[in-house]
Design a protein around this ligand. Sequence first.
Ligand code: PLP
Length: 356
Amino acid sequence: MAINYTEDIQIEKSKTSKIANVDFNNLAFGRVFSDHMLVCDFRNGEWQNPSIVPYQPVTLEPSAKIFHYGQSIFEGMKAYKDSDNNVFLFRPVDNFNRLNISAKRLAMPELPEACFMNGLKELIKLEKDWIPTSEGSSLYIRPFMFATGQGFHASPANAYKFIIACAPSGSYFSGKVKVLIEEKYSRSANGGVGFAKAGGNYAGQFYPTQLANNRGYQQVIWTDDNTHEYIEEAGAMNIFVRINDTLLTVPTSDRILDGITRKSILTIAEAEGIDVEVRKIKVAELIEASENGSLKELFGAGTAAVVSPISGFGFKGKNYELPELENTYGALLKKRITDIQTNKSDDPYGWRVKVC
Ligand SMILES: Cc1ncc(COP(=O)(O)O)c(C=O)c1O
C-alpha cells in the first residue's frame, strides 16, 4: 500500500516544553535537543508510517546489529530563520540523496524522498521556536539511520530505524584552528566507505585526532591512505587552499565526502570571478607555497562551521603559519553562503527551501 507521507505523519506533542531552560544566547554546538523527533521504522521489507513524537530514549535489544556490525549512517543539516520569522532549509534534497548513497553502501534500505522531506518539514514547523537567530547560530538537524534488527550473524539487519532530531546550536568552532597533516593514519581508503556518512568513519578518526590534540593541534588533515602525499579532508570537513589568488580543492572520490558546502563554495567562488581549480594537492606543494609566501589561506568547509579558517599546520615536526589577511576568500564565501541560507540575499541557485 502506498503511504501518503504528508497526511500520514502522526504527531504526538510533548506535554511540556524544555525550551524555557535553554539559554539561546550561549549555545554550544549540538548539546541540547529540541522537544520532538521524527521516527520511522523499516520492518517487513518496507518503511512504515513516520511519526513525530517527544524527544526520548530509544530502546534496543543487545543483539541489535547496530551494536555489532555498525550499520549506522547520518546526515547533518540546518534550519535558519530570517528577520521576519520565515524558516528555511539549505539544499535539503542533497542531504536526502547523500543519505541514500550512504544507505546503499552500508547495505541498508533506502528511504523514500517523501518520508524524508515531508517528515523533516513537519518536524521543523513544529520546532520553529527552537531555531536560534543570533549571528552564527541555527537549528542543527541530525537525520540518522541504524540497524535495529537482531542477530549475532554478520549480515545486514532486517529492521532499521530512521530518526531526525534537532539541536539549537551556536558556532561549531570558535576562532582559527591549528591542524596536523597526518602521516600514518587514514580515515578512508579506495573501495571503502569514506564517501558515505557512516558512523564508523568518525569513530576511526577519533584516536588519531586525540594524538594530534595531545600535540597541540585541534584537527587532522587527512592524506591519501596509499602514499600520504596528497591532502584529502580537514577533520570532518572538505579542504580548501588558496595559493596566490587561486582557490583549490581536491576532487571527491571513494575516500572523500561530497560535501554540500564544498560544492556550494565552488559555485559561488566561480560566480565571484575567483580562479578555482579542482585537482589533487600534494603536501609538498603546500609546504613549498608556505615557504615561498604564496600560500594565503587554508580552510575547512562543512555544514557545521560553514568555513573554518586554519591558522597553521604541522608536518614532520615542523610548524607552518598562515598569514593574517584582511580580506579572505574564506570570510567572503562564508558570508555569501550564510546570506543565502538566512534569506539576507537573493538565491540565484534555488538552494533555499522555505518551510514555513
Ligand atoms: C568527512 C566529512 N567531510 C566533509 C563534510 C562536509 O559536508 P557538508 O558540507 O555536506 O556538511 C562532512 C560533514 O558533513 C564530513 O563529515
